[in-house]
Structures are given as C-alpha cells and as structure tokens.
Design a protein around this ligand. Sequence first.
Ligand code: NDP
Length: 465
Amino acid sequence: MSERSDAIVLLGATGDLAHRKIYPALAAMVRRGKLDAPVIGVARSGWGLEQFRDRVRDSLVKRTGSADTPAAGKLLAQLRYVDGDYQSAETFARLKEALKDARRPLFYLAIPPSLFGLVVKLLGESGCAGNARVVVEKPFGRDYASAKDLNKTLHQVFGESSIFRIDHFLGKEPVQNLLYFRFANSFLEPIWNRNYIESVQITMAETIGVEGRGKFYEEVGAIRDVVQNHLLEVVASLAMDPPVGYWGEAQRDERIKVLRAISPFSGRSLVRGQYRGYRGETGVAPDSGVETYAAMQLHLNSWRWQGVPFFLRAGKSLPVTATEVMVILKAPPQQVFDEPVPPQSNYFRFRLGPDQVAIAAGARTKSPGERMAGEEVELYVCNSTSEAKEAYERLIGDAMGGDATLFAREDSVEAAWAICDPIINTGGPVYRYESGSWGPREADRMVAAYGGWYNPSQNGSGCGS
Ligand code: NDP
C-alpha cells in the first residue's frame, strides 16, 4: 500500500469546477471519514482564509443543500489558503511554506489547461513536488502532439505513478457497474464477441447548448470535448478482455489494447452537425464551423470484435440528456414463426446516467392469442435512480491513496488522440440541425443497415426510439 497523501492543494480554488464538483466531493469524503488532511486553496483573487471558507460554504449550500452539517464544519476547519498568481515563483515559495508539515501532498490542477505546463514546472523548481502526486484535469492536450508534450513536461517533475489524469467517466458508478456486470457474470462472456453481437451504439446526448461557454467550445468541439476521452473510455469498458484483476495496471493494460485495436479512421464514417442558433451564442464566430454534434463509426481490429461496427454519437441541443449504450445482438439464424423478428430485438442496454442508471436486456415474448406473434419486452437487470458515489469523490480518494486504476495512463491518452486526430482532421461539411432534434439526418444513413439509431428515452426506460 502506498502512503496516503496528507494534504490536498487545490490550484484553481475560485474556479467553477472547484465550486461545482470538488468542494462537495471533499465534504462527502469527510463525511465518510476518508479525509482528515488539510485542504489548501490557491488562487490569485487577493482573498484571505475567511473568503475562501465563504466560497466553500457557498458551494456546499448550493450543491449539497447545507453547509451546517458536521462534515461541512469539519471540512471548513481543515481549509488553508495561499494567495498569488501562478505566473510568479513567490506564490510557490509561500505554498512550500504552507506545506512544511506535509510528506506526500496531492496537487489538484483545476486551472486552465494553458497553465498546466507552467504550474508543473514551478512546482518542480520551488521544491514543492518532491514526494508529491498531481491530478491533471481534462482536456489533456488538444491533439496527439500537445498531449505528448504535456506528458513530457509532467515527467520532468513527476513519475508516472504520481500522475493522475482525470477522465471522470471512469469514476462514474454506472461505468463501474458496466464493468462489474461484464466480469461478474459468466453468461455474458460466451456471447460478447463478433459471433453474437451485430453492432454497438454509444450515444451521449445533452439537451443544453453551450450555455455561455461559447468561447471555450469554439476551441474544442464535440469530438475533442467528449469523444476523445469519455466515449473512448466507454468503448474500452465495453470491448476490453477480462483483466487479470480489477486494480492497477491490469485493467489499464486491457484498456490500451482496445484503443490500439481501433482501425485507422476513414473519413466516410463521420457526420458532423451544428445546432441552429449556435452561431448566435456569445463567443461563437458568426460563420463557425465547429461541430456541436458528431456521429462516427469505428472498427476494432481484434479477434473478438472484427466486423462489429461501433457507432458513437455525441451532441448538444438534443431531445434528452442521457448517455446510453446499446449492444445489439444478431437476429436468430432461422425464421421459425410466420412473423419475422424485427431488428434490434435482442440487446443489452446500459444507461450511464446522468440520473438514471440501468442495465437492461431486450427480448421478444409471445403476445397472448392464437398467433405465434410477439412483442418487445425489456428485462431490467439493474435499475437505480441515483449515482451512489459521485465520480469526483471516488477519484480524489483514489488519487490520495496512490491508486491510478481509474485514471488515464500516459500511453492511453496518447492512443486516444492518435485515434481522434484523423477524425478531427477529416473536416468536411457541418450539417445544421434543429435544437431538440436528434441531429442531422445525414447521420441516419450511417446506421441504416443496422436498424437505425436507438434514441435514449427521457425517463431511462427502454423502447425510446
Ligand atoms: P475557471 O476559469 O472557472 O477557473 C480557473 C481557475 O484558475 C480560477 O480559480 C482562476 O482564478 C484560476 N487562474 C487562472 N489563471 C490564473 C493565474 N494566472 N494565477 C492564479 N490563478 C489563476 O475554470 P474551471 O474551473 O471551469 O476549469 C478548471 C479546469 O477544469 C480546466 O482545466 C477545465 O478544462 C477543467 N474542467 C472543468 C469543468 C467544469 O465543469 N467547469 C468540467 C471538466 C473539466 P481567477 O478566478 O482569479 O481567474
């Protein structure tokens, strides 16, 4: 067991991510008895400790409903604050002083990605980084070359085992549930391959548009924002071979094999879209060609998955907010009954949130009556309405304990960019679609031979097409 971190340093303490996700996660950790180390906020706002406490209090009230709980009180008492700009070495000298009792601090970089390199360098030069760990937020680079450069910069200061690259999807309860379902049941493995599976669809839909973050989104687009990281992690979770064990490198070794097996991308397998109204958003160019929707077909060049298309799609301003996976089984080989079995009748469906978490199996049963005709039913294997533990709580706890299982490794983050660079560089038309629709019609052709897109329903139940 590696030594647990005995201080958390949050760089970006005044930021949105800290307010929305990190402070509630820290309070939950305190509540479960998993955090009794000091939490040192760093920001350049000219604040003192009291203002920092007010900010954390505000976050807990808005995100968890109260800052008057015993856990909140304990967290507020554990806070420390260091003020200063990240461009200045003096800030890091003060930070070192604040850390004098810590033997294994954890630095959390909740700061703009343009500052990752500089902050890592100054952590190293100031002597803060000695025995420390570092959590790096997404996005990790904006292409293969920049991700490689960032890895190099990080490695000048931190060893790979001390680097924790966040992809919060990996820490999500439903993604863990998917892995558990795959490898804790013996009935699945014999059919989890090209012999029984016809196709796989992964949809990540959001009802919201860019919500005032137009400037940020113009630099990113849907492929960089969610395909390169979240959706490829879901592909890896679905497609990987059983790891020899869940923890540590065993699982990461299997994930990277999936990414490496993804065939070089063909430009014909991509449809990009943009919702009408995007160009009028603040910070968006009036002639923007950035995609708010992308659908693509990937192939895995492996014994298990040869010939099975993986269709991925992600979009904003769609009819529901949901991430859902459909693993569609091949139709029965023979038509025994007069009425043919419709496509997509047998499937496994994984609802990965945000609120609904479900694993379901689609099947056909006979309708009552004389005829040997059937109807579609869905069996819920598992159904819950909340995500038991927030991803950030799980991930911060793991990073403090030195467990990198649920973080992206150097090679996997580079492999993911190596897959996405050609997709991004494919360019081509960006089709406009109506807000509240399922994206551009042009994407329908991609899946026409496989029964069409399966559209997640609002309430998480099946049969949402
Ligand atoms: P914000 O812009 O809200 O916050 C950035 C933080 O960095 C602020 O505390 C800001 O301080 C500080 N900062 C910026 N420049 C300096 C500087 N030169 N010296 C000192 N402090 C500085 O960003 P977010 O919180 O939204 O994002 C942080 C990271 O998390 C990014 O990498 C982002 O990609 C990632 N992320 C964010 C998500 C979100 O939902 N917000 C989701 C997933 C990832 P000040 O307030 O003084 O400017």
